[in-house]
Design a protein around this ligand. Sequence first.
Ligand code: SAM
Length: 505
Amino acid sequence: MRLDVVTIFPDYLRVLDLSLIGRADAEGLLDLHVHDLRDWTHDRHRTVDDTPIGGGAGMVMKPDVWGAALDDIVCAALPGGAVAKAPGTPVAEGDQARQEGPRRVLVIPAPSGEVFTQRTAEDLAGADQLIFACGRYEGIDARVGAYYAACGVEVRELSIGDYVLNGGEAAALVMIEAVARLRPGVLGNPESIVEESHAGTGLLEYPVYTRPVAWRGYDLAATEPVLLSGDHARVARHRRDQAIARTAERRPDLIARLRPAELDAGDRAALARNGWVAPAGAAHPVPLVVRPAVDGDLVALADLAARTFPDACPSSLTPEQIAAHIAVNLSPQRLALWLEDPRVVLTVAELPQGLPAPPGETDAEALPAGALVGYSAVVAEILDADGALPAGLDPRPPAVSVPPGPDGAQALAAELSKVYVDARLRSAGIAATLLAEAVSVVDNMGVTALWLGTNAANRRAQKAYRHAGFRKVGTRTYEVGGSRCRDVVMVLHPQVKLPRPGRSG
Ligand code: SAM
């Protein structure tokens, strides 16, 4: 690749002789030329600028000087012997014909240009010649870019960010470094660009560490044990989770551009933990909020509860039996009681911006802003002033042991009464996030045994609970609309460490 930089400060570009770019130039991987624009002036003062036509502050760089310089450089011989055609008469407007032969791009750094990104760098890395026209003052007369574009030269006005520099040299250095390192042979280890921030994954890179393992109070053995485990699959998962968490925190705009089809179950769970949901079939992830339910949720919550309960029922139950159960146990009255009762923690998963219909589907498939798509209910086994337990608390099965808390703290049991997610958003990590939230809530309440009953046939739910740290301790029978069902009973002791997020099993 040939690189030409035209500037009135050629010395500014001397840093290109350093480091990997300098080595690539010395080894012939790049062919770097820095030109002094003033070499194309003809007056005694070597003038490159003049006052703006129309008045105003500052000076503008002259098109005739730039034209003379660029005519020569655009025609320069390329490595390998290819020679460009001289720019001829401008082609008619609208004629998109480009010069044939090697791909030459005239890059005009400008704060008003299209923003230079990693995608731009990847694109420019495929060119044969890049010519950087570094402006100063108020910039280069606008006819220069227009002229070369009209001649069929590929012209890109590129900004390196939303701020204004004094000249295009620093911008050209940035772009050259970003482009050149993508060229074969320039980087020592080509694999190092695969997982980088802004690479094809669409995520920022995970945090990186090296030896010593413990440094100034930061001990990776304590904070990042997975990285020291030697288990490559776990390390990869952990890093990917960290890349997702970091991107969600720092660059939510990048998360909003991810493609759900390219995400696996671990990615979706990590996204949900970080406030995004990526349902299969959706064009992109959308924001997710997991929060305590409030009075205003009552109607939507009752609707969600009635909608989701049937999905978890065994096929042996009739619709009438299911409806009878919902009428008693998931009625708006019951949910209203729970909302008022401090012994019940109701948590909802909300899509604050809704969910557009999947591509190709009608708007009927869309969810509105503020839609509730999941909820959980934890009911603590605490007597009220009248000695009564909370409404809807199931009898605790004998298999559930309730140990005292650490340092002899009081034993306290709670039932994870509900965790339901809208069928359209299954497998999007919402249930795992609701579960993690429930566990964290009960931990703060001092609960020492969180138990649940789930239909014995519902293996999928049991797997999700196991994943969250629950263990099967027995069974129970449970009545739904007068029909007896067999449930598996599972328990989690919150003070016992949970498996690290993102681990499968
Ligand atoms: N008057 C111009 C404007 O407001 O758009 C700013 C001119 S600036 C002072 C001088 C030169 O610095 C520009 O011609 C361009 O070459 C370079 N420059 C400044 N900011 C830049 C940026 N964010 N990206 C790329 N080049 C920049």
